[in-house]
Each structure stands twice: as C-alpha cells, then as structure tokens.
Ligand binder design. Structure first.
Ligand code: G6P
Length: 612
C-alpha cells in the first residue's frame, strides 16, 4: 500500500513533479500525503491529511524552484491518518518515505528508545528511519548503512531515502513492495512505486528487483545487488501513454472504464481465442487439478473460471483468497496448476501465495494486467489481460478482462481435449465476435432500468443479490461493487442457500437483485425469488431475452414475482457473466451517485494492496 515518488534534477521543479506523481499514485491510498524537499539549504517537510489536493493547496504559496524531493501518499496501517503520522519521516540525518510494513518495529523501537531516540509518531516507518540514522552514525557508506539496517528489518518495504549531507541524491531499496527508477533524458531522474506516476516526464525506466539498492542523482543511476556489487540493468520502455490516465470527458474514471469494456473484451477474445496467441505457448489440458488464487474481484473472476473449467474442460478447480491459501496446507501435486489472478500484479497476499506455490513445486500461471509487475515476472507463464491502466479503485474492465482470459483458457482447453463439438464451437465463436456490440448494448440501452433500480435501492440500508451457478459468482462481484462505492451493506448468496438463515433479514420492501441467466437453473432461481417475494422483498429480476421469451412471456401468471425486470442480451456461458456484470456495475455506479459518494476513491480502500 502507499505510493512513493522521488525527483532529483534541474529540468523540472521537484514540487510539481512530486505533486503530479502523487496524484497518479493516489490509487495506492489517500489517507494523508507529504513531501520532503531540499529548500534553503535544508530538508523541509510538508504534510496534509486526506487527499493530495489538500497538500497541493497547502503548498500553493510556495514558489521556490526545488531540485530534490521525495513524496508519499498513505494508506494507514500503523497509526491513525493524521499529519504527524504522515510520511516523510525525518530522524537526524535521514529522511525517508516507505511503502510496506516493518513487522518487528516494536522490538527495534525498544532498542532505539534505550539508546535515547525520542519518537513522535505511532508508525513503523519512523522506527525504520531512526534505525538507519542510528547505523549511519558509525557506517558512513550510505548503501552499506541502508543494507545493514535492512538486514534487521522484518517485513516488506520500498524506501526512498535522502541524507542531509548529500542533498542531491536519492537512495532506494525494495523488498516485496514495488519500485521503479525513471530514467530522464538529461539532468533529471525519478523514482516511483509505479511508472504511471512519472509518464508525463519519461517512459524509460529500470525495475528495481527484490533486495537491490539504488543511488540516484540527476545525472547518474547506480544499482547494487544484495551483495552490494554494482550491476548493470536494462532500461525498459513503458507502452502505456499518459493520455490513458485522463477521464476523457467522463464524469469518473469508473464510468470511463466501464465504457472501455466493449473494446477491451473484443481485443481479449481476438487475441486469445480467434488467433490463439497467448504470449507464450500454453497448453493446460494435461493438468489433474487447478488452484485459482487471488484477492477481491480477481478472486470473483476466478469463480467464473472455475465454473467454465469444470463444466467444459472437466478439470477440478478450487478457488481461494490468497490470504487464506498462503497459510494453509496447499495440497499441491506435481500435476497441479496454480493460476494467480491480479490486476496490479503486486497484491502482497497474492504474490506470497504465488511464491509458496512455486516453492511447493506447482506450475504457476499468472493472469495479470500490469505489464512488468512482480507477479507477471515471477509466474512461470503470464497471460496479460491487456485492459490498459485502470484508475478507479473499484475494478470494472480489470475484472472483465480477467473473466475473458479465463473463458478463452477454459474453452481452448476444452477444445484441445475434444470436448466441444464444431457446431457449439462456432456458436461460441460468434458470441465472442459480437462481444463489442453486446456489451455496448448493455451499457447504452438500459438507462431507464438502471435509473429505476438505483432510485429504489439507494434509500435502503441493505440488500441482497442471489443467483445460481455462474450467476452466483457474478452476484458476489456485483454486491462487492455496490458495497465498495455506495457504502451500502449488501450480501450475495447462492439462491438456494438464502433460506438457510439469511432469509430472516428479508422484510417488507427489502431490495433483492436476482440473476437468472442459465436455462437449466432458471426455474429453481425463480422459486427462490418467490420465497423472498412472499416475505415482502422488492425484486429486481435480471434475465436474458431468450429466457424471457421462453419462460416469462409465455407463462400467464408471472405477475407478482418481480417489481423491476432487466432483460439482457442472451449469450453463451463463456460471455454471459460479462453481460450481466456490466449491468450490475452500472447499477452500483448510479446508486453511488445518488448517495453522493466518492466514486473513484471510496473511503478506506486502496487499489493496490501491498500489505498482507
Ligand atoms: C484491492 C482492490 C480490489 C482488487 C483487489 C485485488 O482490494 O480494491 O478492487 O480486486 O485489491 O487486486 P489485484 O490488483 O490483485 O487484482
């Protein structure tokens, strides 16, 4: 969690570079922000609580031209989000920003207190800063001083560090948390948690690896490995451009990203099904079992994948959240494939699960959006989702592209195993070919229905989503979307399971969103809907055109089991989750607007969670 940035150079004003970079890194947390700059021959700290715009306002009268600085946007872990606990932290000669957690900070703090250090904050980071400062008293080689300190830190970190006596140089090191070094054309260099934050200035970067150290000044970048030997590193070029980080006329990034889905999905299906061009040669048809491991929405995408793999490719699949998987007995055999799904490619628990799976001998396949991220580099094979940068904290196109990749993977595997006949393959192929139009239809042509649904549900305290099979997986994600951005309590339930307890929460008027898009399960779900209707629920019933023709239009007595109906385009199992999900995303978005919520940066959340 947390985003860090640094600038050293004479081409730009450090203040501007840091503020513009921090705004791009806000997705990593926005509880407080701060910068440390070299100004009037000393290091000055400026901090504010809340979003970067507060820090920007407090700095608006500062007209100095600054040549060096480091900055931080915080997602609080140790210590409340106030100005004191905001980074940067300064102890004696050392000023630093930190992304990660120093797990043994209390132990280190005790030792430092005995040596006379006084602490001002509740953070683990101040302890790291004081520790480096303490070592620096006797070890004047700065790289050696940082390395010696890090040996005593347990946990994860990316640090950008400046020393009072060398105010034109930034030192950096990382373990588990990401860090890139931006290579300027001349007279400037950068450091950042993520290349997106510095794309306005450069698209050339060096990836700092686990336990590597960097010394960065305006005209040189030196990298050292864990043995402190100087090494040469490749300079990479980012392909995402800074224009992809604009709202392009949309009110929110989330809405922009919802609207990008038709194009993103078309590309995924063309790339991975029509042309079957995974970035590497991939054949997973011989695995005995698959473990899908991920967090949040990525885990929900995995649930759709499980359904498709089991139904069509006949491979047993388990899906688990990474924070549980990493600490259990994983029961990996030498014929287990572990699929790791992550938009950012940096989620701490997901990364740890990947490393454990590798250690235990599993073959690992990463499904990742962020090119060059740690998970993409460490997985045995990586399939990129190519969704482009996703800025809104609540994922939409990121999730959709993960589902699409899993669909192609399940289908390609089923075809390879001879389990799909030609006619059905042709039918699915047409489904993929039409995806751009189908998803555009769901975005554009249901305004009235989304309005009606959101205007009903936004006034309620809680609601339920129910569905069976793939619809159940989609409901889990739809419910999460609503919770994340509208702050309403909602729960998603397997439709048949609701009666085992949760139905006691249904009262007169309680909103229930029921999804029934699978013909085999349609009547079962309708029965479950009726059970809630009999107890007073207000039902939003989501189904498909084919099912409405067959089961609703033809039946006379359908009155009374729903209050609002959404009849979506019919699709195959391989794309239906995407069709339904887009409708649920728009319901969540419109509800959050009515509740006047912060759509792109919901409270307490962060897009990339790099702490466990
Ligand atoms: C955070 C985000 C979620 C996301 C999850 C996993 O909690 O807020 O939207 O699904 O992390 O992120 P990843 O980058 O690994 O897909």
């Amino acid at each position: 969690m947390c985003g860090i940035i640094g600038y050293t150079g004479t081409k730009n004003n450090a203040k501007e570079v840091l503020l513009s970079g921090l705004k791009k890194l806000e997705y990593r947390g926005y509880d407080s922000a701060g910068i440390a700059v070299y100004e009037n021959e000393k290091i000055n700290l400026y901090k504010s609580t809340g979003k970067i715009k507060n820090l920007e306002e407090s700095l608006s009268k500062n007209t100095s031209t600054l040549n060096l600085g480091i900055g931080h946007t915080r997602w609080a872990t140790h210590g409340v989000p106030n100005e004191t606990n905001a980074h940067p932290h300064k102890c004696g000669n050392v000023t630093l920003v930190h992304n990660g957690i120093i797990e043994n900070y209390l132990e280190l703090k005790q030792d430092l207190i005995l040596k006379g250090t006084e602490f001002k904050t509740q953070t683990d980071t101040e302890v790291a800063c004081a520790y480096i400062n303490e070592i620096y008293k006797t070890e004047k080689n700065k790289i050696k001083c940082i390395a010696q300190s890090c040996k005593n830190f347990r946990g994860s970190y990316a640090f950008a560090i400046i020393f009072d006596d060398e105010p034109d140089t930034i030192y950096a090191v990382r373990k588990d948390s990401p860090l890139v070094i931006g290579v300027g054309a001349s007279d400037e260099n950068f450091i950042s948690s993520d290349i997106s934050a510095i794309l306005n200035y450069t698209n050339r970067y060096i990836l700092l690896e686990h336990e590597e150290f960097a010394k960065i000044s305006k005209d040189s970048i030196e990298i050292f490995n864990s043995n402190l030997e100087k090494i040469e590193k490749e300079i990479l070029t980012a392909t995402w451009s800074s224009s992809e980080y604009q709202k392009s006329g949309f009110d929110h990034f989330m809405l922009k990203e919802i609207n990008e889905q038709p194009k993103v999905l078309k590309q995924v299906f063309e790339r991975y099904f029509s042309n079957n061009t995974y970035d590497q040669n991939i054949d997973i048809s011989n695995y005995d079992n698959i473990h899908i491991v991920a967090c949040g929405s990525a885990m929900h995408a995995g649930l759709v994948g499980k359904f498709l793999f089991e139904k069509y490719a006949l491979i047993p699949v388990t899906v688990e959240v990474a924070s549980e998987y990493r600490y259990k007995n994983q029961l990996i055999t030498n014929n287990t494939l572990v699929i790791i799904i992550s938009q950012s490619g940096e989620t701490a628990d997901t990364l740890a699960a990947l490393r454990i799976a590798k250690q235990k001998g599993a073959h690992t396949l990463g499904i990742v959006n962020a090119v060059g991220s740690t998970i993409s580099r460490e997985s045995d094979i990586t399939i990129y989702t190519h969704a482009g940068p996703e800025i809104a904290v609540a994922t939409t196109k990121g999730y959709a592209s993960q589902v699409a990749v899993l669909s192609t993977l399940a289908l390609n595997t089923a075809i390879k195993k001879g389990l799909i006949d030609k006619t059905f393959e042709e039918h699915i192929y047409n489904d993929f070919k039409n995806i751009q139009n189908t998803i555009s239809d769901v975005i554009k042509n249901y305004e009235e229905e989304y309005k009606k649904v959101s205007e009903y549900i936004y006034k309620h305290d809680h609601l339920f989503y129910i569905g069976r099979g793939i619809d159940n997986a989609v409901c889990l994600e739809g419910s999460l979307k609503l919770k994340e951005i509208s702050y309403m309590h909602s729960e998603a339930y397997a439709a048949g399971e609701l009666k085992h307890g949760t139905i006691s929460l249904i009262e007169q008027g309680t909103p229930l969103i029921a999804v029934a898009t699978d013909e085999i399960l349609f009547e079962k779900t309708v029965s479950n809907v009726k059970e809630t209707k009999a107890r007073g629920s207000f039902v939003v019933f989501i189904t498909t055109r084919d099912l409405e023709d067959k089961y609703i239009k033809s039946v006379e007595d359908t009155s009374g089991f729903f209050d609002i109906k959404l009849v979506l385009p019919s699709a195959t199992d391989f794309t239906q989750a995407l069709v339904t999900m887009v409708a649920l995303q728009l319901i969540a978005y419109k509800t959050a607007i009515l509740r006047d919520c912060d759509i792109d940066q919901p409270r307490n959340l962060a897009k990339s969670v790099t702490v466990e």
